[in-house]
Design a protein around this ligand. Sequence first.
Ligand code: 2HA
Ligand code: ZN
Length: 275
Amino acid sequence: MKVLDASFVKKFIQMCNDGWEQGWHERNGGNLSYRIKNEEIDEVKEQLDLSGEWKEIGTTVLKLAGEYFLVTGSGKFFRNVILDPEDSICIIKIDETGSKYKICWGLVNGGRPTSELPSHLMNHEVKKELTGGKHRVIYHAHTTNVIALTFVLPLKDEVFTRELWEMATECPVVFPDGIGVIGWMVPGGRDIAVATSEMMKKYDVVIWAHHGIFGSGEDFDTTFGLVHTVEKSAEIYVKVMSMAPKKLQTIKPDEFRNLAADFHVALPERFLYEK
Ligand code: 2HA
Ligand code: ZN
């Protein structure tokens, strides 16, 4: 099968375009990666070129040794993924030491995988282990309202989780474990990858102050939906604060507890503090 005909590739391209249409991917902003299933790799195997050279990832992800990923290219624009996928995205394979990758398909005009490859792969490694292999998608987007909130709210997991839960009733059901927040760091390297993957041990959503968001999930729809829900909630927060700096009424801790019981989710008590 042609790589572009594979359903996981079609879904990947669709998600890039959905993010572009939301306005989260100015210029080359944001990146997406997908840990490809064995049966999906088998479908496209004759299209892969395994003769390329091994290159350093910049970190070690031993638990991902031998895995294949579909990833966006460094410096590539999400806007162009749907127009010219073979120029914009690539399939990479991780070597047996977990420290090198090679490009097996795509990036036909040259280039390399996303500058955030260390963060993507370290997050994948954590989530693969913690979810028994279920999580396969890591998504980084420059979500406007989430970024805006990192200038006015304390950069604390408890504050972001609680405020965003309050903004839409579905939020505690969609991200019951909460949200992690990391203060500003230089992007693109191992340090921010280590900090983010530590947070991914507790959460499926991690915010990078003054930069954007990382989401992890089982498939393209749920991962995009997760980031979309958080960003929409942040948009409501921005609107509320713009109308009145103090809320007149909101969802109370006991109401969250009732919601948790009816919707069968566990909401950690540390987010249900009295204000
Ligand atoms: O430009 O979003 O974090 C790609 C990025 C880097
Ligand atoms: Zn970014």
